[in-house]
Write a protein that binds this ligand. Structure first.
Ligand code: ADP
Ligand code: MG
Length: 578
């Protein structure tokens, strides 16, 4: 056997080898160029592609431009203006940062780079091919940057041969421009293929307008808006109602900080959220934008920056899941199908309440009193359909109702529970005197453990309106209870509270959280039960009560209060046009 000598690879070969990681296709090249235009704050981007992109990819922008003396460094691997010290890697605020795209592209194509900064008298241009770079010569563009890439992969024929499906390549490039145009609706994008304009996306106000530009109006009307800004993660975007679907996941697009990335769990998540409404083999349309603090993600795990790692991925997933559920719920798509998809820990309500059996909490549920107010949505306001007229009762359980938007089935128990709960919450915020004194002090027996809790959390009981007096050897007496507690329920309420304190393993529980769980418990007890004929309120009152609620669509424990079948959906199901 002949032992071969080891040689150092030339810089060009190193560049070519590593170029494969950075750019593997015309669409990949285009992505890097668009990243650069966005990072340069361009507001107008023009893309020209010839053939399948191997012949020509040219991007012209009106961004900040490149200094003449930086033209050569810009085209050299590991040169960047975007980061300078190791800490910068921890909070990346630009799309590019690795400084390797233009260098890599240059090693596998012929490149011309032309640019003019605001201060410069004129544009300057350089050309490069393999290791050779020309001297700067005067250019013609009025401002910004133009980069022209020809003969892509001319020196790596294998890569070129592997990608011979022209339609596919063009589609990938069109999708790339579409993604950027969605992420940056206020910027304008024009995409030419063989000098024919394929996309003419002028600057628009917001994502909604962009979607109308890209897709049919009818389609964009069928989309359900998402919006949530909480716990350090903001979500916005659209998902399709169930009458719109695709046969592939191609229109499921996911963005983090305006960067389109892969999120492998997303398709499965959507499927679980749509449940039966999305038949196998069908996929919803979703444009989901999330914003996360740069320090909470790591984008530097893939040379093409296509993948992302979250600091707390499970949390992110749960937040997204709750946003999606809520969005679909707002549209009232039949929630029952989803509740059969057990995913979350179960919540067990008080034992003697057999109507409220074990069920799944839909989301990472927190007391509503803790919820931050949602910021104004950047989208046009989405009005939730709401029942107007009650018609009848079905199975002694549901109320059939309608509005001009569609048909509603209301669960009388959960609806009533919701109404009661919000009454409690209102009384809390209004501070209508927290407690009521009992006509006679009520002796209560406490176990030693309960006494411990009592002593430790004494102030909490006080804040909530429970006035407990320690009579030493004679035990405790209850002098007052929160005013919303009905007579006969006093002791019970106290024990529910003690139970909650004993069960929670958190060190500190705020009065508000306790109040919240107590309010939930009591609103459930006081609500009409399934099959209960005697205490049925006027059906119309139930709707009026719900309409006054801040969150009418779910009971305080998270079960749906009503199911909505929209007019569009209803007609669609019968294959009718409205
Ligand atoms: P990165 O984007 O990671 O910094 P690139 O190789 O893509 O690396 O680009 C190198 C540098 O060239 C950038 O840091 C930027 O300063 C400059 N540059 C590239 N394209 C443009 C553009 N369209 N407008 C202004 N500057 C650009
Ligand atoms: Mg770049």
């Amino acid at each position: 056997m002949i032992v071969k000598k080891i040689f150092k690879l030339s810089d060009l070969m190193v560049a070519q080898i590593s170029a494969g990681e950075v750019v593997e296709s015309p669409a990949g090249v285009l992505k890097e160029l668009l990243d650069n235009s966005i990072d340069a704050d361009a507001t107008d981007v023009v893309i020209h592609v010839n053939g399948d992109g191997f012949d020509l990819i040219q991007v012209t922008d009106n961004g900040n431009g490149i200094l003449m003396e930086d033209l050569v460094p810009a085209m050299t691997s590991f040169h960047t203006s975007k980061i300078s010290k190791p800490e910068d890697l921890l909070r990346i605020g630009t799309l590019g940062f690795r400084g390797e795209a233009l260098g890599a592209i240059r090693s596998v194509s012929r490149v011309t780079l032309e640019s003019r900064t605001g201060e410069s008298e004129q544009a300057w241009k350089i050309s490069a091919e393999a290791e050779y770079i020309s001297d700067p010569e005067p250019g013609i563009i009025p401002n910004g940057t133009r980069i022209r890439i020809t003969d892509l992969f001319y020196n790596s024929p294998v890569r070129r041969e592997f990608q011979s499906n022209q339609r596919r390549l063009l589609k990938d490039m069109t999708d790339m421009v579409t993604d950027f145009s969605l992420a940056y609706p206020q910027k304008s994008f024009r995409f030419f293929s063989d000098n024919e304009i394929k996309l003419n996306l002028t600057s628009v106000k917001n994502l909604t307008e962009r979607l109308k530009q890209l897709f049919s109006i009818e389609f964009s009307h069928g989309l359900i808006p998402l919006y949530r800004d909480q716990e350090g993660v903001a979500f916005r975007g659209y998902i399709s109602g169930f009458q719109f679907y695709r046969n592939s996941p191609s229109l499921i697009r996911f963005f983090v900080n305006n960067r389109q990335v892969k999120y492998p769990r997303l398709v499965g998540l959507l499927r679980s959220v749509y449940g039966e409404l999305m038949q196998p083999g069908r996929f919803p349309v979703a444009f989901i934008f999330s914003e996360v603090l740069p320090e909470n993600i790591d984008i530097n795990i893939h040379p093409q920056k296509k993948e992302i790692r979250f600091k707390n991925e499970d949390k992110f997933y749960e937040l997204l899941r709750s946003v999606l559920l809520r969005a679909i719920e707002g549209r009232g798509v039949i929630a029952a199908t989803r509740l059969q998809n057990p995913a979350k820990p179960v919540f067990k309500s008080s034992e003697n309440d057999n109507d409220t059996q074990t069920f799944n909490l839909p989301i990472n549920w927190e007391p509503e009193t803790h919820e931050h107010l949602e910021k104004e949505s950047p989208f046009e306001r989405f009005e939730m359909p709401f029942p107007e007229m009650a018609h009848a009762r079905l199975f002694k359980t549901f109320v059939i109702a309608s509005s001009s938007d569609g048909l509603f089935l209301i669960d009388q128990h959960t609806a009533h529970e919701r109404i009661n709960y919000e009454k409690f919450l209102n009384s809390l915020t209004k501070q209508e005197g927290v407690k009521q004194y009992l006509t006679q002090p009520l002796p209560v027996r406490l176990t030693p453990a309960e006494k411990e809790i009592m002593k430790k959390e004494h102030h909490l009981f006080g804040e909530m309106g429970f006035d407990l007096e320690d009579l030493g050897p004679a035990g405790f007496v209850l002098n007052s209870v929160p005013y919303y507690i009905e007579s006969g329920e006093e002791e019970n309420a106290l024990f529910i509270l003690l139970q909650q304190l004993a069960n929670k393993n958190q060190d500190r529980l705020s009065a508000i959280m306790l109040f919240d769980s107590l309010a939930k418990d009591l609103s459930c007890r006081n609500a009409i039960r399934k099959g209960d004929d005697e205490s049925v309120p006027n059906l119309q009152d139930l709707i009026t009560g719900l309409s006054k609620c801040r969150r009418p669509s779910r009971c305080p424990h998270g079960r749906p209060t009503m199911i909505f079948l929209g007019k569009t959906d209803l007609f669609g199901l019968f294959k009718r046009k409205i």
